[in-house]
Ligand binder design. Structure first.
Ligand code: SF4
Ligand code: SF4
Length: 217
């Protein structure tokens, strides 16, 4: 976490607005810290504080410019107006990954689940919205072309903040297209060897400890 106390840099005092509240903060503070200082409850829209969980979605107005981002990765600045976005509504695209038994019909089923994905208007809104710098539009195009492995890799750094979903005028739900691509790739492929090996080690450790426990009973 960044703060005025812990990075030793010179910072300025600034005034901004968070969720409609006037807040005095320091330019070394993230907007999460500034929000706490302004009285926003510490349990609101806060998760990992490291830009990984995607919980602290925020909309920012700087003059006439409106952007979105993650509050734990954005620093306080003079005059900005910030609003924490509410949790995303339930996904509108329903499927059970275990229902996919045959790789040959993935694409037909994808098109049934995400019919909007082929209607991308290439507005780049999702790319502009993504705080992780993911080429979201490209990932959607890859999935729409049936290239789920490529799409899964494109969305590899996705934290499911769903800001791209908010930005998409075609209601494509790019975040969920990416999640589907990652899930379906994992569903039909072997897991990474280091993960397989580690799980096997854990299984052996666990079975060893249950033998010791039953001996002690
Ligand atoms: S791809 Fe979408 S959900 Fe994933 S990090 Fe980027 S904006 Fe958030
Ligand atoms: S925001 Fe939606 S319509 Fe625009 S480029 Fe991204 S996926 Fe396509």
């Amino acid at each position: 976490m960044h703060s005025a106390e812990n990075d030793g840099e010179q910072h300025q005092s600034v005034k901004l607005t968070i969720n409609g509240l006037p807040v005095s903060a320091d330019t070394g503070m993230t907007l999460v810290e500034a929000a706490w200082q302004g009285g926003v409850p510490r349990v609101t829209s806060v998760g990992c504080m490291e830009g990984v969980c995607g919980s602290c979605r925020i909309m920012l107005r700087r003059g006439k410019q409106v952007t979105v981002g993650l509050a734990c990765q954005t620093f306080a600045a003079e005059g900005i107006e910030a609003v924490f976005l509410p949790p995303a509504s339930a996904p509108q695209h329903h499927y059970e990954i275990d229902d996919f038994k045959d790789g040959w019909d993935i694409h037909a089923r994808f098109q049934d689940i995400f019919p909007e994905a082929s209607r991308c208007r290439h507005c780049h809104g999702c790319d502009y919205a993504c705080p992780k710098g993911i080429k979201v539009e490209n990932g959607v195009a890859q999935a729409a072309a049936g290239r789920y492995r490529d799409a899964g890799e494109t969305f590899f750094e996705c934290v499911m903040c769903e800001l791209c979903d908010v930005a998409c005028p075609e209601l494509i739900a790019p975040a969920h297209v990416g999640l589907f691509s990652r899930r379906i790739t994992a569903h039909f492929h072997l897991r990474p060897p280091n993960l397989i090996n580690r799980l096997e080690e854990l299984r052996k450790e666990r079975s060893g400890s249950s033998i010791i426990e039953s001996d002690e009973e």
